[in-house]
Design a protein around this ligand. Sequence first.
Ligand code: XMP
Length: 329
Amino acid sequence: GWKMENVLDEEIKVIKQTVGPEEHVICALSGGVDSTVAATLVHRAIGDRLHCVFVDNGLLRYKERERVMETFIKDLHLPVYCVDATDQFLSKLKGVVDPEMKRKIIGKEFICVFDDFAHKLEQELGNRPAFLVQGTLYPDVIESCPPPGTGRTHSHTIKSHHNVGGLPKDMKLKLIEPLKLLFKDEVRQLGRILNVPEHFVKRHPFPGPGLAVRVLGDATEGNALDILRQVDEIFIQSIKDAGLYDLIWQAFAVFLPVRSVGVQGDQRTHSHVVALRAVTSQDGMTADWYYFEHKFLDEVARKICNSVRGVNRVVQDITSKPPSTIEWE
Ligand code: XMP
């Protein structure tokens, strides 16, 4: 493998040479490892001529906005502007049940918000941003054949690329992709060298469309998103408390668009059903469902039904990929 210290020095050098002394750079932070490492690296090279934006689309997990903003600002000192676009996204998603339609709407809305940010910045600086940072990884770059001269071969399986993409259309931004030749494990190593906190480096992947693809059907219906956040938080926290988080590729809860009959106290209930999913994987292309101990599952299910109002049934997803995908939508 390559030494990540050398990769870092080399990348910083290249960015300093590429970005002129008066030029500005923008970056959208998703809250994931890739965009965070890419932004931190660029920040090392050009300081506060980097301008990051983090979009709260209303589809984030429990306290996620507060948590990632704290890491960006307190731990990494990144110049980041937070946009609360919850109403904008959720109003566009109202009544939409088709998963691909949800993805399209979210992608389009994201570009609008990013566009606004770029234009606002242009006004403030009196100078339009010239570059855009993207946390593209090597597996995203190559579909079938590696770019010539990169020295990379197909030793890892290639994952299909479905990040929410797209750039402001009229801005003619040049791309900076400092992770373009790296695999995920190398990005994590680079993150550690850049002092990205360990808990952040090890975070499970989270899809760009967020909880919209984990509330099956209309994500804006009732308090589904809120219920899902509470259930997901209990599940993830229990996994962390049991010391299992790092053994799992991805774990999450899914809100099902059905109600089932239950009995709580001496009351019959007709409430929501949630599913728990946890998988192990190398690259997300294939995955195996994770075996929890019965005691662990029992405690999680009790905790969920006891503390989340509106849930009276918990089921576990016991399928691998294939035949299922990791996400339910
Ligand atoms: P699937 O569900 O296709 O997921 O087995 C494989 C991996 O990709 C993530 N995923 C997404 N990531 N936008 C993303 O940025 C998406 O639309 C999307 N859909 C799935 C999924 O969480 C898993 O890690």
